[in-house]
Design a protein around this ligand. Structure first.
Ligand SMILES: Cc1cc2nc3c(=O)[nH]c(=O)nc-3n(C[C@H](O)[C@H](O)[C@H](O)COP(=O)(O)OP(=O)(O)OC[C@H]3O[C@@H](n4cnc5c(N)ncnc54)[C@H](O)[C@@H]3O)c2cc1C
Ligand SMILES: *[C@@H]1O[C@H](CO)[C@@H](O)[C@H](O)[C@H]1NC(C)=O
Ligand SMILES: *[C@@H]1O[C@H](CO)[C@@H](O)[C@H](O)[C@H]1NC(C)=O
Ligand SMILES: *[C@@H]1O[C@H](CO)[C@@H](O)[C@H](O)[C@H]1NC(C)=O
Length: 806
């Protein structure tokens, strides 16, 4: 009976362990759906548009007494003009993103009930109305009128510059001087300014390029930009400048050189100036020179070519996604299961991987295809990923090896970089070989990101972009271009963000030096991508033929690691089976130490521990590494680790508790005093051990137990291992809570424990067989008594009848 009980409980605990994961998954989804619809439905703009969304709560703090000038659009979400204007306003926001500290964009939906008062307070009567608020606007200021008649971003941008130029005091502190440079300022420039480069843009009076580039670079250190008018004849003659517009670099040493660009236009100047040596975003540490990074705790830096794609990054992204990110979901079902199916099937179709990896992906795919149940457990998926069936030439590497996605710090780049690269490669492969649905790869990516991507805010932003425009994708080429342009949007939003690696600034990719032909200008001088050139660049950059295999883990090594892991798992299984067999043997043995419910649970847990530890340094290292990677992916990671830890108990402490308890449990001394006979004591001590184990596991008086132990430790004069000990008790508490969560298991378990305890109390000095015999004898004797009673009763009745007859 004890055996069956043991099974039942351990299965029950298995169930309980799944619960937190399930709850967390639900929580993630809940949050997602709570955040999400509001984000989509909030008027014409969303949080990812780089437009401040105004509300009654923030309107005064944004518009009044702000250190930046603010352009605010008052619109009504139902108004056709506003709807037509919103894409212009969004691209304006993207276009002047770098100007933010000096001038910011905001918008408010006056159709929203709660915003109406704000709009009337600012005396808005027509939609859309755009107002310009000076930096440090006074309370009660209604803002200046700003003409929004144009749908040309360039015109709007120029109007903003005009407003800034005419800005009254106090000037927005982040805004650099915009007026033209004079000969006098030029001569004494380096006496008063501490910068490495002065960029001079020579232009006509009417040109805005100089001022635009000045503002584009306002967040960057070690470079100053000034415009010089073509009317400054003396200075021009002195420097020998004849072309307008043109850009020259002037350094403190007196060097004067022309800046080389493909086209003399704003974007090209900005690209080039940001890449000058020493130019960094302010507030960021200067770029680390990668070669001198020799810190022992870090992996050695793997040299790579920045304009290439590496298979090591793609594989690492796969490994992280399959082994870590998915592992946060103990059960995968519903939409997430569909997402997983699509993700794997797209990988099988288009991932240009090595044969071993492809074989592994195929086996995952066919396993998923054959799986008809409505949910899968990650444990089951892990078996396939680990190739426990030992299908030959099939394996997924254990850890990650970032190459092109290495970051200057462990929390930068890596996985998200790998994920972007992976999906760019997939869209390009689909373009080459895809037959059916041009949206296949992108919708697989969208679903994966929505269901699994650890960075939830990334997922929300990506979903917004996808829901806006994924429908427009109708060819394989447009799919590749869509992902490229959305990626650039993300780059634009994240430029200057905390997650930007100073060594790898977020740029509009590819830069002119990677693909000169990709960049052109419109007639009005505005930058324009040449989509055909970009497409052909993407097709060659991400093609399977140009993916480099440097720094890849050796195939035979991967297979060997896998074999080793498999072998150790087999050994662990073998050991477990042996223990079980022994337990079974002891059941039938006449004088066995009965394995009680708890002990068996204990054993199984210990084995699990062993197994986990044996799971190899590689996996462990990966876990450790992932915990330090990508700070935004942490919550779910922590969750996974937490679960692991909850199961794992500090074994030293556990041992100590057990030993000490053997000494202090009262019953113990009682037994020792009353049963002096050697044989009896021997038998009893083994059982006492079981009882103490039971106590430890007992869900009831956990706190009491803690105190008891504490006292005992002090009595015996042992310094308790405070931290560890507390963790242990804490874990028991947690466990207790878990059990209470799953009420029915708790009840059952308590009953089982109770019964078990009764058994062992009864059995002091008796074997189980003795008890059974007793019970049988007792039963037989009562049956005997009953039979006798009935017999005599009948006899009596018969006699009475006889007596009364005549
Ligand atoms: C779907 C998704 C959404 C994300 N959303 C957010 C978010 O909302 N907030 C956030 O902080 N982080 C987000 N991230 C992470 C962020 O985009 C970067 O991946 C991360 O900051 C690492 O940046 P990186 O410098 O390595 O370059 P990445 O942007 O990761 O780019 C990787 C490599 O791809 C190439 N590349 C760059 N741009 C393009 C392009 N347009 N087309 C093709 N190739 C290009 C470059 O070689 C680059 O090194 C998201 C990531 C993903 C995958
Ligand atoms: C405006 O902000 C400045 C500093 O940012 C502060 O000193 C000043 O008191 C503020 N004025 C008002 C009216 O809030
Ligand atoms: C390595 O990093 C640690 C802390 O990050 C630092 O204390 C140590 O000096 C570094 N060592 C070298 C050789 O740079
Ligand atoms: C990096 O790759 C590009 C594109 O293939 C190539 O032109 C360049 O020479 C390479 N750089 C180095 C340092 O190998």
């Amino acid at each position: 009976m004890a055996r069956r009980c043991g099974r039942a409980t351990s299965r029950a605990t298995g169930e309980i362990q799944i619960h937190p994961g399930r709850i967390a998954t639900c929580a993630v989804w809940l949050c997602f759906y709570l955040v999400f619809p509001s984000a989509v439905e909030a008027g014409l703009y969303t949080a990812s548009d780089q437009v401040i969304l105004l509300s009654p709560e923030n309107v005064d703090s944004v518009l009044i007494n702000s250190s930046a000038a603010v352009l605010a659009e008052f619109y009504a979400s139902w108004c056709g003009h506003c709807i037509a204007f919103s894409p212009v306003y969004k691209s304006l926001a993207r276009d002047i993103k770098e100007w933010k500290p000096a001038v910011d964009l905001a918008a408010i939906d006056c159709a929203e009930e709660e915003n109406r008062k704000v709009c009337t307070d600012y005396s808005v009567r027509a939609y859309p109305t755009i107002k310009f608020f000076h930096a440090y606007s006074k309370d009660g200021s209604l803002g200046q009128a700003f003409k929004a008649s144009s749908h040309d971003v360039r015109v709007l941008r120029h109007r903003i510059i005009n407003k800034l130029e005419n800005h009254a005091e106090p000037w927005p502190p982040a805004c650099p001087p915009l007026e033209p440079t004079s000969q006098a300022e030029f001569d004494s420039f380096f006496d008063t300014n501490n910068v490495q480069h002065l960029a001079l843009i020579f232009e006509d009076t009417k040109s805005y390029i100089g001022r635009e580039v000045t503002l584009d670079l306002l967040q960057f250190e070690n470079v100053a930009v000034r415009r010089v008018l073509s009317s400054e004849a003396a200075l021009l003659n002195k420097l020998g400048v004849t072309e307008f517009p043109s850009c020259y670099l002037y350094s403190p040493g007196g060097n004067f050189t022309r800046l080389k660009v493909n086209i003399e236009a704003r974007t090209f100047y900005s690209y080039a100036l940001k890449r000058l040596p020493g130019v960094v975003r302010s507030g960021k540490p200067p770029p680390v020179v990668v070669d001198v990074r020799t810190n022992s705790t870090e992996k050695p830096w793997r040299p790579f070519n920045r304009s290439r794609v590496y298979m090591a990054d793609l594989e690492s992204a796969l490994v992280y996604s399959l082994r870590v990110e998915l592992a946060a979901h103990s059960v995968i079902r519903g939409e997430a299961l569909t997402a997983l199916n699509k993700y794997i099937s797209v990988l099988v179709k288009y991932f240009p991987g090595r044969p071993v990896v492809m074989n592994l992906l195929k086996s995952v795919n066919s396993w998923l295809q054959n799986h008809t149940a409505s949910e899968i457990s990650y444990e089951a998926l892990r078996e396939i990923l680990d190739n426990t069936a030992q299908v030959p030439d099939t394996a997924l590497p254990e850890g990650e090896r970032w190459v092109g996605c290495q970051g200057s710090q462990p929390h930068l780049r890596r996985y998200p970089c790998g994920m972007w690269t992976l999906f760019h490669v997939l869209t390009v492969q689909a373009k080459n070989t895809g037959r059916s649905d041009p949206q296949e790869v992108l919708s697989a990516m969208r679903n994966y990101v929505r269901s699994f991507f650890g960075c939830r805010s990334c997922a929300e932003h990506f979903e917004i972009m996808a829901s806006e425009s994924l429908v427009e994708v109708n060819t394989f080429s447009s799919a590749a271009l869509w992902l490229w342009s959305r990626h650039n949007r993300v780059n634009n939003r994240l430029a200057g963000d905390l997650s930007e690696d100073p060594n790898f600034p977020k740029i509009q990719w590819p830069s002119p030096d990677m693909c000169p032909g990709c960049h052109t200008v419109k007639d009005n001088g505005e930058h324009k991508w040449s989509n055909e050139r970009v497409l052909s660049f993407l097709l060659s950059h991400f093609s399977s033929g140009s993916i480099l295999s440097d720094h890849l883990q050796d195939e035979s090594q991967i297979l060997a690691t896998q074999r080793g892991k498999h072998a150790s798992r087999q050994r662990a299984l073998e050991a477990q089976r042996r223990v079980e067999r022994e337990a079974l043997d002891s059941m039938t043995h006449p004088l066995p130490p009965q394995p009680t419910v708890q002990e068996e649970e204990e054993e199984e847990e210990e084995e699990e521990e062993e197994e986990e530890e044996e799971e190899g340094a590689a996996a462990d290292e990966m876990q450790r590494k992932t915990s330090e990677t990508t700070s935004w992916a942490k919550p779910e990671m922590e969750m996974g680790r937490g679960r692991r830890q909850a199961r794992r108990r500090p074994s030293i402490v556990g041992m100590r508790i057990r030993d000490l308890q053997e000494d202090i449990v009262d019953l113990d001394s009682f037994v020792n005093q009353h049963y002096k006979a050697k044989a009896l004591r021997g038998a009893a001590s083994s059982r006492v051990k079981q009882r103490t184990l039971q106590r430890q596991e007992e869900p009831g008086p956990v706190y009491g137990l803690g105190m008891e132990l504490d006292a005992a430790l002090r009595m015996v004069g042992v310094q308790p291992l405070e931290a560890d000990f507390e963790r242990d008790v804490g874990q028991q508490r947690k466990r207790l809570q878990k059990r209470e969560l799953a009420g029915q298991y708790f009840g059952e378990e308590a009953e089982l424990i109770h019964r078990g305890r009764l058994m062992s109390v009864l059995s002091i000095g008796f074997s189980k067989v003795d008890i059974s015999l007793c019970v049988i004898l007792y039963f037989l004797s009562s049956m005997c008594l009953l039979a006798m009673y009935l017999f005599f009763k009948n006899r009596l009745r018969l006699r009475r009848a006889k007596v009364s007859l005549p």
